[in-house]
Design a protein around this ligand. Structure first.
Ligand SMILES: Nc1nc2c(ncn2[C@@H]2O[C@H](COP(=O)(O)OP(=O)(O)OP(=O)(O)O)[C@@H](O)[C@H]2O)c(=O)[nH]1
Length: 386
């Protein structure tokens, strides 16, 4: 091989789309959500102070046309403004993201992703981006914007959704009719019937991490009631109990979550049989070893459940609505695949290779959603995948 020792190394900016795919550094984006006053600002300030030497962009929510942006450079915090085309990012997301089919429109996805990429071109790349939503935002509308196909070559990736709840008020919020969420577009007809679904429910059901904050305001007993109710809604999320949002360390707790590219052992043991909450719960479907040819059956079953909100051979219409799904599929040829889904959007990809881990014996699919208790997903899956 020719090797010219004198030639200077070529410098490549690995944070832009001009960089070769294999060199491109992707910046994680974490969505931080939570009911009004749960402690989002406190948590974001804590992250900015607790991390050292990293450059973090916090896109604070604002209801006007610009979004406040804090860029942390060492000890110095600089306020900037981010223009997001047609107004507040969360509002445009809330009303415009989904076509009737449930597909996120490319133009809107581009708006969100481009706004952040432009920002990075102006300010240099960040190590992390934290996007704080309004207290009333439904993260299920926002997540697909940043969950971009690898093939599209984005410079950012969705790292996870962190939901803060206020230990003192969360149970009341979950039962408060004034917090009712308006219908998700394609299931509107179900919304006036059945149990109450509040903003607090959707913020918990979509979360990868749930921070139960203001633990100092409740007794041990109140705290365990809160925890049990939250776990019954979302059996997948990691739960941290905090005061002032303080966690033992940031990585793996609030940052570097990799919630959309992994399925770990704690997720594999997700609890899914308590239905303490009348509206949303978690169900787990054991999935035996599959033949490679059965992947199409799994895909077809998921499309019926996630897109049509129906069990394939069901005689009667169902009233469930899946918010988050996650799973691991194990094949008899040794392949392992990971399922990830938010509302109607889902992906099945090869699991990252982990040389230290033995191939799991069997797989599992976990569904979190409204009215899932009592639906026999397991039998339906077994009938469809055989
Ligand atoms: N007792 C107690 N108070 C807290 C804790 N965390 C935050 N607070 C206080 O709760 C209030 C609300 O906290 P914020 O961080 O502003 O909450 P937020 O979610 O950003 O609020 P909005 O922007 O209104 O949605 C503030 O007065 C905080 O000082 C905690 O762990 N314990």
């Amino acid at each position: 091989m020719d090797f010219d020792d004198d030639a200077p190394p070529e410098l490549v900016d690995t944070t832009t789309n001009d960089a070769p795919e294999e060199l491109r550094v992707k910046v994680p984006i974490t969505i931080v959500t939570g009911y009004l006053g749960a402690g989002k600002t406190t948590l974001l300030n804590y992250i900015l102070t607790a991390q050292h030497g990293k450059k973090i962009a916090v896109i604070m929510n604002a209801v006007d046309i610009e979004k406040s942006l804090t860029v942390n450079k060492g000890d110095e915090q600089v306020e900037e403004w981010l223009e997001v085309g047609n107004g507040c990012m969360c509002c445009s997301v809330k009303y415009d993201t989904t076509e009737p089919s449930g597909e996120v429109t490319n133009s809107l996805r581009d708006t969100g992703v481009n706004a952040i990429e432009t920002l990075m071109e102006k300010k240099g790349a960040f190590d992390y981006i934290l996007l704080e939503t309004t207290g009333l935002a439904d993260p299920g509308n926002l997540a697909p914007l940043f969950w971009v196909d690898d093939g599209l070559g984005s410079t950012i990736y969705l790292d996870g959704i962190v939901t803060l709840v206020d230990a003192k008020n969360i149970l009341r919020s979950l039962d408060d009719p004034s917090g009712k969420v308006e219908g998700h577009e394609d299931h509107e007809d179900h919304d006036d019937h059945g149990p109450l679904m509040t903003t607090a429910h959707v913020q918990i059901s979509h979360a990868d991490v749930i921070v139960i904050n203001k633990a100092d305001m409740v007794s041990e007993r109140e705290l365990s009631l809160v925890r049990a109710r939250i776990e019954s809604i979302n059996g997948l999320a990691k739960i941290h109990v905090t005061e002032q949002g303080v966690v033992p360390q940031l990585e793996g707790f609030l940052l570097d979550l990799h919630a959309y590219d992994q399925f770990n052992e704690s997720e594999a043991s997700a609890k899914g049989h308590s239905h303490l909450d009348p509206t949303i719960s978690t169900v787990t479907i054991p999935v035996g070893r599959l033949r490679p040819g059965q992947l199409d059956d799994v895909d077809r079953w998921l499309r019926a459940v996630l897109w049509d909100a129906k069990l394939p051979a069901a005689e009667e219409a169902n009233t469930f609505e899946i918010h988050r799904c996650k799973g691991r599929l194990v094949f008899d040829n040794g392949d392992v695949k990971i399922l990830q889904g938010v509302r109607e959007i889902f992906e099945i990809n090869d699991a990252p290779v982990d040389v230290d881990q033995e191939t799991p014996v069997e797989g599992k699919i976990v569904l979190i959603g409204k009215n899932v208790a009592g639906v026999d997903f397991e039998r339906s899956f077994q009938q469809a995948v055989n």
